[in-house]
Design a protein around this ligand. Structure first.
Ligand SMILES: C[S@@+](CC[C@H](N)C(=O)[O-])C[C@H]1O[C@@H](n2cnc3c(N)ncnc32)[C@H](O)[C@@H]1O
Length: 195
């Protein structure tokens, strides 16, 4: 099984497919076990790497993962089949903003277009169980967050500013308590404040 996981990591590296860093996914897996998480909604599957890692954390985990890119979606389907996880991981080929789901999840993992994090959070917070958590990745974005002065590329600078805006949005959010972890590429865990 480990061999296959490292093959996926290698494939992503060679083909420039952005997957979560090892430290980041290990941290999330730990949270999944600690909090006894069972249902996961992931925004941004890429080739299915993080969905597979999360599903392998425990036998009773089910993952719904959304990917808008058809080529990556097909790769995710193949990889998930290779791990015999097709009964526990459902991949949906759609833009997350067009996706309608009334189910509730213990964990919502936001790992798609970084410039849209606030919109993803606002849309999918309604799918969270009362005790559920929203995890977001890439909040340090390779050390560039809070270091925009040094960024030369205009698009990258704008993207990093959007991530900074998202961090402020989380910090100011009255309905959620968010903790930030300097692990992997920067991860946050947001928990609903019970009313
Ligand atoms: C960082 S990758 C996901 C990596 C994956 N979670 C992993 O760690 O293995 C982000 C993915 O989100 C997809 N994506 C971006 N915006 C999206 C949207 N609005 N709806 C669905 N997928 C989206 C991209 O096509 C890309 O494959």
């Amino acid at each position: 099984m480990n061999g296959k996981i490292s093959e996926l990591e290698e494939y992503a590296k060679i083909n420039n497919i952005p997957i979560i860093q090892s430290d980041g996914i290990n941290f999330i897996i730990n949270e999944i076990k600690k909090r006894n998480i069972k249902n996961i909604l992931e925004i941004g599957s890429a080739i299915g790497y993080s969905a597979i890692r999360m599903a392998l954390a425990k036998d009773d985990i089910n993952v719904v993962t959304i990917e808008r890119d058809t080529i990556r979606y097909n790769e995710a389907i193949n990889n998930i089949n290779n791990f015999n996880l097709n009964t526990r991981i459902k991949v949906i080929n759609i833009d997350a903003f067009d996706y309608i789901d009334s189910n509730k999840y213990d964990l919502i993992f936001i790992d798609a277009a970084k410039g849209q994090y606030i919109k993803f959070f606002e849309k999918f917070k309604h799918n969270l169980n009362d005790n559920g958590i929203i995890i977001t990745d890439n909040l340090e974005f390779h050390g560039m967050v809070n270091n925009t002065d040094k960024i030369k590329n205009r698009n990258t600078k704008q993207l990093v500013k959007k991530i900074e805006k998202y961090i402020l949005f989380l910090k100011d959010n009255k309905d959620f308590n968010t903790t930030f972890y300097s692990v992997g590429d920067g991860i946050s865990i947001s928990k609903k404040i019970s009313s």
